[in-house]
Design a protein around this ligand. Structure first.
Ligand code: GLN
Length: 452
């Protein structure tokens, strides 16, 4: 199916969770034997096209597997297809895909969230046991919340990004989606750990690397010393959960009601809740979009019709470059390349990019202070219920604001999980737990308590 066929096609009988359906059996008899996995279509798969939801890459077939795909195979998992997504990960509803929107299995008139909407929909609909997504500013947690499944955004440097087509490298991580916290953690166990192909997975606390789990030796990567699935034991007795007021106030009432019920349940299980404040998050969405668009404008320069992408035809370089990009990219991607290029251009660099980096540092400091008072922080994952398809696409700003609770976590490179906390108006509501760097066990533990 070409991008044009998909755009025009009527797929009401199908959720359109996959861009490409193709089965690859796992090698071994590992911990994921017998499990089916959907892989987001921005994660490279050898011999299987990897489109990033873009017409630009409708015909692109990678010559190698991403590290996470190799690890899936080694763990015995069976790949069942490449999951639909917002084009290059830019969006929160899976409506910017050149292959048409994905539907939310809970209510097909609504969006599944995004950008990993195909991954979450496939798991929620039972078309895959597990899925991989990528999270630059919420793209694993957002669709997990909207589809009523579990999603984990790992600490930056926990999971290799080798083979992930870059959108904004300083922010993104590949993360698991599943029906239960334990299954998501088992998938995390399979993919996490150092990789010689990705220097950001190097870990040495003694050299000033991020602080790891307390009982991990300084030079051992936390993933090599931890079994994440074992932390899904629901034992939260004595845990302190911080609630950042700024990230609850902005959410819709029906979402807050579900969130507060879930907090009360946790208190009944021995959790102490405390209020914390993250004043900097007021600037997080602005800072995130400046940084993400700036990085995107640079990363997407390679799609020039020569190295990658659709052919821009004969003629001079500028014309064929422009033709390839005019044809290959959708509106949201073009908007972001333009804004990112502007933010980085001489004379404006100080005004936008540097300010955004200052805000990013401030967000990090605020989280550090909050973790002096609490083991994990809890917020609603998304401030709203899943919108109907077509409702939000015309207003990019309202879409960006939907990311208020997820993007601060990426700016600070921290781990977070979204777990289903209940329903409002028959639609799923997700609860997010954020942990300190490499504090995956604590958020998995907290998430598994909500699930019970
Ligand atoms: N919605 C955010 C964006 O559009 C997050 C996307 C993501 O995490 N890939 O940038």
């Amino acid at each position: 199916m070409s991008a044009d066929d998909a755009r025009d096609g009527d797929s009401t009988d199908d959720l359109n969770a996959f861009v490409t359906r193709e089965t690859v059996e796992g090698d071994a008899d590992g911990p994921l034997a017998g499990k089916t996995v959907a892989v987001k279509d921005n994660i490279s798969t050898e011999g299987i096209r990897t489109t990033c939801g873009s017409a630009m890459l409708a015909e692109y077939v990678p010559p190698y597997d991403a590290t996470v795909v190799e690890r899936l195979r080694e763990a015995g998992a069976t790949l069942v297809g490449k999951a639909n997504m917002d084009e290059f990960g830019m969006g929160g509803t899976t409506e910017t895909s050149a292959f048409g929107p994905t539907k939310n299995p809970v209510d097909p008139e609504r969006v599944p969230g995004g950008s990993s909407g195909g991954s979450a929909a496939a798991v929620a609909a039972g078309e895959a046991d597990l899925a991989l997504g990528s999270d630059t500013g919420g793209s694993v947690r957002n669709p997990a919340a909207f589809c009523g499944v579990v999603g984990i955004k790992p600490t930056y440097g926990l999971v290799s990004r080798y083979g992930l087509v870059a959108y904004a490298n300083s922010l993104e991580q590949i993360g698991p989606l599943a029906n239960t916290v334990e299954d998501a953690a088992t998938l995390l166990d399979a993919i996490a750990g150092p990789d010689e192909h990705d220097a950001t997975t190097r870990y040495d606390a003694a050299e000033g690397g991020a602080p790891g789990a307390t009982d991990v030796p300084d030079d051992v990567h936390p993933a090599d010393a931890t079994e994440y699935a074992a932390a899904a034991d629901g034992d939260v007795d004595g845990m302190t959960v911080g609630v950042p007021t700024e990230l609850v106030e902005g959410a819709d009432d029906e979402v807050v009601a579900v969130f507060e019920d879930a907090l009360a349940d946790l208190e009944a299980r021995g959790v102490e809740t405390v209020e914390v404040s993250l004043p900097s998050v007021e600037h997080a969405v602005q800072a995130y979009y400046v940084i993400a668009m700036s990085e995107a404008s640079s990363n997407l320069a390679r799609f020039d019709g020569v190295r990658y992408g659709v052919d821009g035809g004969e003629g001079n370089w500028n014309e064929s470059f422009a033709a390839a990009r005019e044809e290959g990219f959708g509106d949201e991607v073009k908007r972001r390349i333009l804004l990112g290029t502007y933010a980085l251009s001489a004379g404006y660099h100080d005004k936008y990019y540097e300010k955004a980096q200052d805000a990013r540092a401030w967000v990090k400091r605020d989280f550090d202070e909050a973790f002096a008072e609490a083991d994990v922080l809890a917020t609603p994952t998304m401030p709203v219920l899943p919108p109907k398809r077509g409702e939000s696409l015309d207003d990019p700003l309202s879409l960006y604001l939907m990311d208020a609770n997820t993007v601060p976590v990426n700016l600070a490179n921290l781990p977070a999980i979204s777990v289903p906390a209940g329903e409002a108006e028959g639609l799923p509501v997700g609860m997010q737990f954020v942990g300190p760097a490499f504090g995956e066990e604590a958020i998995i533990r907290a998430g598994s308590a909500v699930e019970e």
